[in-house]
Design a protein around this ligand. Sequence first.
Ligand code: BGC
Length: 340
Amino acid sequence: MKAELIKTTAGGIKVFAIENDNGMRVELLSYGAIISKLLVKDKNGELVDVVAGYDDQDEYKSDACYFGALIGRVGNRIEKGRFRLDGAEYSLAHNDGNNHLHGGVNGFNKKEYNAEIVGASSIKFSRISPNGEEGYPGTMTVAVTYTLLNDDALEILYEATSDKTTICSLTNHSYFNLNGDFESVLEHDVCLKASCLTDVDGELIPHGELLNVKGTPYDFTAPKKVGRDIECDDRLLNVARGYDFNYVLDKGSADDVKAYAHGDKSGILMQVFTDRPCIQFYTGNFLDGVKGKKTYGYQSALCLETQGYPNAINVPSFDSMVLKTGRKYQTKTKYVFSVE
Ligand code: BGC
């Protein structure tokens, strides 16, 4: 097991790598706390890079897809970028039509982090997000620690505190193709331990209604090919041009597998464990030939973003995303790889 700084780019980005005893390897950037490479063994024992990204790390500075990045202060959408907190009205950037997405124009994905190698298997990225950054209240101290384990698990620990009550819901935005070829994810099997999703309007904003997925094209409670129902002529699939929905995880323990995906060609299985209540299942419907390590077309990759309820600050029935002074935001997500 070893964690090290492998280079600093012309643009000043520090590139780190952690490798475990089986040869699984992750590369991480001080910019955006990005996962830039994730090399996992396939059924033939060959290492396959299962995440989308760029060969030249400095290209992440102009990325518009959030490839591999830490997302904050609040992942997903906030309706009209507006919310009230402690009697004050806040207004955030409208960077997704009329709405606010993934922390704004220069969210946590566009920042440089202090990086620290912790022991032989972890890298911790941290930074202070000033009061008012992207319109959010409070000076927030944020840290994300990536740990690679010898059971081929990549664990992500998110931590945050604020000197003033604010809102916080962090995630990582890796795009996976478990075959590593980034041709299509339609033949991947996916399972989501979620009987409901948060219904959305035509702008992908949830307002509190839950949709029971049982027996619908949105049902992934048993493993199913991503492509099986994706072409169904149904309201939500039409709005999102594929899957792009917040699945509400069935209650259980953080030790239960909450979701998994399986690459049909590679045999690589990725299991997701999390203490977050929800997962955004997104099938790369906005990818349109983005050039990076590969060319990333429509539905060539999928995201399983562990998160709190989207737009929760405007929907009282959703679990709160408020982070109070003196409290610590601390959550964990783990992606575990094997071959099946
Ligand atoms: C969202 C998509 C969005 C994408 C941005 C996903 O988390 O659910 O709607 O377009 O991020 O790349």
